[in-house]
Design a protein around this ligand. Structure first.
Ligand code: PMP
Length: 349
């Protein structure tokens, strides 16, 4: 039997995939994990919830119970909601269905670019202005010239932490014939009200939300809200059982704890302000204000500081290659934030 060599396999791979590198989500052992914008607060799973899950049956393909709860909480119609295995999956579906050109500002969440690349779609990355806001002149000119089918705007933006000006976002929605996706993964931590109230005013507006940042990253539950025509197009490529039974059941039960969820969000937002103040006091560090559950900060030698923090067991995100000389720290519990600040003061000196 003739053996297939590694290079034969590589040649079988589609050219746009061949030169990609896999998303690096490797686990780095640490004592204080502040790298992935997760919530420091989890929720208990009761035995009753788990016992009710039928392991031999496929999950509800429409996740109806969970959909009803989310629709009620956010005052939406169920027909305007579509679930994904995390909002990552919905980004994948949107680009699969509508294709490119895909426009997004940079720096921003890397998945818009990575998924576009893996699907062989044209990408147009427009740098943010000096305030980390949308560069309108450039974006409007790209809209006119390249007619992007999809525009991704993460607001609050990952990794810069700020919300884009809503006036600018509205101008983009009005100017674009393609879909504008406002990714509100971090909206719960923001003082701005977000774009859900505008959903019925704009047919090309899509809003992405996720449960990942408010204590449920392990469940992988994201959803998009949009006009039902958009929902039905995206639904054509959705894998039938993309939300497993345990995630559906746990999310549906846990979302009843609205007061606890809100309490945790409030704690994270107030810790964020405290951390920001502490960072301001450290010489050699420039933190940026944030509306999210993380803070971006500039340091002189980001690689060195990143490594020194890691040596002390504290894991943050090194933004090298995305926004140089910057680190991003997720807001943890008060105790975790204290450990981080103490360690940072030590390594900066
Ligand atoms: N959008 C943004 C802006 C994000 O930062 C993230 C997570 N890092 C996601 C979407 C994906 O979230 P998930 O797939 O966990 O729902």
């Amino acid at each position: 039997m003739k053996k297939i060599s590694v290079s034969d396999i590589r040649n079988l791979v589609k050219p746009n995939i061949r030169n990609l590198t896999a998303y690096n989500a490797k686990e780095i052992p640490c004592r204080v994990k502040l790298d992935a914008n997760e919530s420091p607060y989890g929720f208990d799973i009761t035995d009753e919830i788990l016992k009710a899950v039928k392991t031999n049956r496929y999950p509800d393909p429409e996740a109806k119970t969970l959909k009803k709860i989310i629709a009620k909480n956010l005052r939406l119609n169920t027909e305007n909601i579509l679930f994904g295995n995390g909002s990552d999956e919905l980004i994948y579906y949107l680009i699969t269905v509508f294709g490119g050109p895909v426009l997004y500002p940079v720096p921003t969440f890397s998945m818009y670019g990575l998924i576009s690349r893996s699907l062989g779609e044209k990408r147009i990355a427009v740098p943010l202005d000096d305030e980390f806001d949308l560069n309108m002149e450039k974006i409007l000119s790209v809209i006119k010239k390249n007619k992007p089918n999809l525009i991704f705007l993460s607001s609050p933006n990952n990794p810069t932490g700020n919300c884009f000006s809503s006036e600018r976002i509205l101008k983009i929605i009005a100017a674009s014939k393609g879909l504008v996706i406002v990714d509100e993964a971090y909206q719960p931590f923001s003082s701005e009200k977000g774009f859900l109230p505008m959903l019925s005013d704009y047919k090309n507006l899509v809003i992405l939300r996720t449960l990942s940042k408010v204590g449920f990253a392990g469940l992988r539950v994201g959803f998009l809200t949009a006009d039902k025509e958009i929902i039905s197009e995206v639904n054509k490529v959705r894998l039938p059982f993309n939300l497993n039974s345990i995630s559906q059941a746990v999310a549906a039960e846990s979302l009843k704890n609205t007061r606890t969820i809100k309490l945790y969000i409030g704690l994270i937002a107030s810790e964020r302000e405290r951390l920001l103040n502490e960072l301001w006091k450290i010489r050699g560090i420039k933190p940026y204000p944030s509306e999210a559950n993380f803070i971006l900060f500039r340091v002189k030698n980001s690689d060195k500081i990143y490594q020194k923090l890691l040596k002390k067991g504290i894991l943050v995100r090194n933004m090298k290659g995305v926004i140089d000389s910057c680190l991003r720290v997720t807001i943890g519990t008060k105790n975790e934030n204290d450990i981080f600040i103490r360690a940072l003061k030590g390594v900066i000196q």
